[in-house]
Design a protein around this ligand. Structure first.
Ligand SMILES: Cc1cc2nc3c(=O)[nH]c(=O)nc-3n(C[C@H](O)[C@H](O)[C@H](O)COP(=O)(O)OP(=O)(O)OC[C@H]3O[C@@H](n4cnc5c(N)ncnc54)[C@H](O)[C@@H]3O)c2cc1C
Length: 282
């Protein structure tokens, strides 16, 4: 447990939280849901800075975006009517498949993105739908999740706090599908794949994002297959070729859970399933 914690702070503003974080340095952590902090119990933690009083637990929408405060739990997003409107409820469905209800009611968007586990469902899903983050560094800055994933996250968050996740309001020409492959329903993914395809009126692919994570490395765009899909209709032949392309190009490895060879096979299977699911929908 966190035996070395000396003080637990409830700042009243983002400025106060950031000042504390900077002042206390590596011995301080921002608390989202706190589940990861408790689970790993790093010995160097002496100060905890809880975002509870900052009003960051919200889901709002404007004309362009759905805005999810960093303190919002996955469970809250799963129940949100605003999130439910996106992709005919598909996002709600995939959020409700993550872990267990108790875990979903604790883990937050901010904590999940900050922790950035390579197998994370949340980052794989958010990367697939090209989500952005609002980061507080004394002022608010927006950056895409893919930009955020290219920085040294731990060092970056020594002097920054994630305030919000932003999801664009995609029009009905966009279709989303996500599959997490796990040993048991509540386990972490052994491989995951998200897909976002935009279709024109002739049902040809106009835009494509394909993301594979838990390889066991972090989520990555599958650019070769994205390019291949452009301008195509989802015939059996196209789906078969996309499956092959993913298996040929995906970078996978062994870990204690499964082999790289198995992951490679799975990458093809998940690609085929995602494409077939989307084809049924368009
Ligand atoms: C038992 C268990 C099962 C899990 N199962 C899954 C799963 O199936 N799928 C999945 O995707 N994930 C899963 N997770 C992972 C979970 O998404 C991450 O552990 C996540 O970090 C937990 O969120 P939290 O809000 O509790 O984080 P916290 O413990 O609060 O924080 C985690 C880290 O993020 C930092 N942080 C938190 N909020 C912010 C912020 N707003 N700005 C900057 N830094 C911040 C903290 O300082 C800390 O370093 C699981 C975790 C556990 C413990």
């Amino acid at each position: 447990m966190l035996k070395n914690v000396k003080e637990y702070f409830y700042p009243e503003s983002l400025n106060e939280a950031l000042d504390l974080l900077k002042k206390k340095g590596k011995s301080a952590r921002v608390v989202g849901g706190g589940l990861d902090i408790i689970w790993r119990s790093p010995k160097d933690i002496e100060y905890l800075i809880d975002l509870e009083n900052l009003g960051l637990s919200y889901i709002e929408e404007d004309e362009e975006n759905i805005k999810i405060g960093a303190k919002t739990t996955i469970g809250e997003a799963q129940k949100s009517l605003v999130v439910g409107k996106l992709f005919k409820g598909k996002l709600t469905e995939v959020f409700s498949e993550i872990a267990t209800p108790i875990i979903r009611n604790v883990i937050t968007f901010g904590g999940s993105v900050a922790r950035n586990y390579p197998w994370s469902d949340i980052t794989a899903i958010l990367l697939t739908i090209d989500a952005s983050l609002v980061i507080f560094t004394g002022e608010e800055k927006e950056m895409t999740l893919s930009e955020f994933m290219r920085v040294e996250i731990e060092e970056f968050l020594d002097e920054a706090i994630i305030k919000e996740v932003r999801i664009k309001k995609f029009d009905p020409s966009y279709h989303f599908s996500y599959i997490r492959f796990t040993r048991t329903a509540s386990d972490i993914p052994l491989l995951n794949e998200g897909m976002l395809l935009k279709f024109d009126k002739e049902k040809r692919v106009e835009d494509a994002i394909v993301v594979i994570g838990a390889r066991p490395f972090g989520p990555t765009r599958m650019e070769t297959v994205e390019e291949f899909l452009l301008g195509k209709t989802l015939t059996d032949e196209v789906i078969g070729k996309a499956k092959e392309l993913v298996m040929e190009t995906v970078k996978v490895a062994d870990d204690m859970r499964i082999s790289g060879d198995y992951r490679r096979e799975l990458s093809g299977v998940l690609t085929k399933r995602n494409l077939m699911r989307i084809r049924e929908e368009i």
